[in-house]
Design a protein around this ligand. Structure first.
Ligand SMILES: *Cc1c(COP(=O)(O)O)cnc(C)c1O
Length: 362
């Protein structure tokens, strides 16, 4: 299904010189490009009115369903400029399918995969100049999202929804080299319960993580690790990244996807790259106790987190109100650093894309 997009160009786009200035040191989510994509869905019409329009506020009735019952889902995916000027994205069909699964869970309409890919291409066709040159890990971050946009206070799945895509240029997550981060262990809050919305990329999961994140900030941590909601025994993931543990014998583990963990596309790519190297990779249940003993005894030699925004982030320490695991000021692990280099190399077109993960946008 390809449908034609109407194009309404922004009459007041950011001047070239101002955009170039922004692209010199872009800050994640701070500046948005000149346009956005909008596709409307109505229960009796399906998807229609696909368009690229100027970036700007959404006119919304105060009774719009999303404002009251949180019927919202989103995605995160990047555009990478290659040395020859061409623009690519990474495994977009996986994001499209995940958005469909999220939609299903939140009782929102599923956007066809081809339309998802087409929406990214349409935005790049008008805002391609916002994709930074391939230096310092700069990219253009797309934020596709879907909201319940029916004006009705009744509690039921909305009969009208809007899919939009906005985009923001982003700079390197780490300035001045890869530095292992400190992670706060959430002991008093959970982000996802059995049969809840943990597998869906929905705003409410993030809202539920922010109290623990604030607690983490107070203790010098930049991220939070959540345990399973039922027993607070098993490691799940961070607020927006999946976790991996590297053992002394070279094997690697990551928590198995059990219904409460987000199916990270970086996670699945990293699993493939680890297997390609002939290393043993296990997806299984991992207890906090195993991590505690492993880090204390030196059996776990590297920990890293991964997601689209920060790619691969070395983890130095875990802290909670009861304990500290790992060393202060540790160095990033060898496997962590080399997987990061390989994955970013594939994304920027300097390492062979042997799994055909890249899709050309322009
Ligand atoms: C988006 C997200 C991730 C990472 O997914 P990627 O597809 O790798 O970007 C991990 N955990 C949560 C909770 C997320 O929302």
């Amino acid at each position: 299904m390809t449908i034609s997009f109407e194009r309404h160009l922004n009459p007041n786009p950011t001047p070239d010189a101002e955009r170039e200035e922004i692209l010199k040191a872009p800050v994640f989510g701070a500046k948005l490009t000149d346009h956005q994509v909008l596709i409307v869905w109505e229960k009796d019409k399906g998807w229609h009115s696909a368009q690229v329009i100027p970036y700007g506020p959404i006119m919304m009735d105060p009774s719009a369903a999303v404002l009251h019952y949180g019927q919202e889902i989103f995605e995160g995916i990047k555009a990478y400029r290659h040395q020859d000027g061409s623009i690519w994205t990474f495994r977009p069909m996986e994001n499209a399918k995940r958005m469909q699964r999220s939609a299903k869970r939140l009782a929102l309409p599923e956007l066809p995969t081809e339309l998802f890919l087409q929406s990214l291409k349409e935005l790049i066709a008008v805002d391609g100049a916002w994709v930074p040159a391939p230096v310092d890990e700069k990219t253009l971050y797309f934020r596709p999202f879907e909201i319940a946009a029916e004006n009705f206070l009744g509690v039921r799945a909305a009969h009208r929804a809007e899919y939009r895509v906005i985009a923001s240029p982003v700079g390197p997550y780490f300035t001045g080299g890869l530095k292992p981060v400190k992670i706060w262990i959430a002991l008093d809050s959970a982000r996802a319960g059995r049969h809840g919305t943990g597998e869906a990329k929905t705003g409410g999961n993030y809202a539920a993580s922010l109290q623990a994140q604030n607690e983490g900030y107070e203790h010098g941590c930049s991220q939070v690790m959540f345990l399973d909601a039922e027993s607070a025994t098993y490691i799940e993931e961070l607020g927006g990244m999946n976790l991996f543990f590297v053992y002394k014998d070279g094997s690697v583990t990551t928590p198995a996807l059990d219904g409460t963990i987000l199916h990270g596309i970086t996670r699945s790519s990293v699993i493939q790259l680890i297997k390609d190297r002939g290393l043993k990779l296990e997806e299984r249940k991992i207890t906090l106790e195993e991590v505690r003993q492993g880090m204390n005894a030196g059996d776990i030699v590297e920990v890293f987190a991964c997601g689209t925004a920060a790619v691969i982030t070395p983890v130095g320490q875990f802290l909670s109100k009861n304990e500290t695991l790992g060393q202060e000021n540790s160095e990033p692990g060898q496997l962590t650093a080399s997987l990061r280099e390989e994955l970013t190399g594939i994304q920027y077109g300097t390492v062979e894309d042997r799994h055909n993960w890249l899709v050309k946008l322009s």
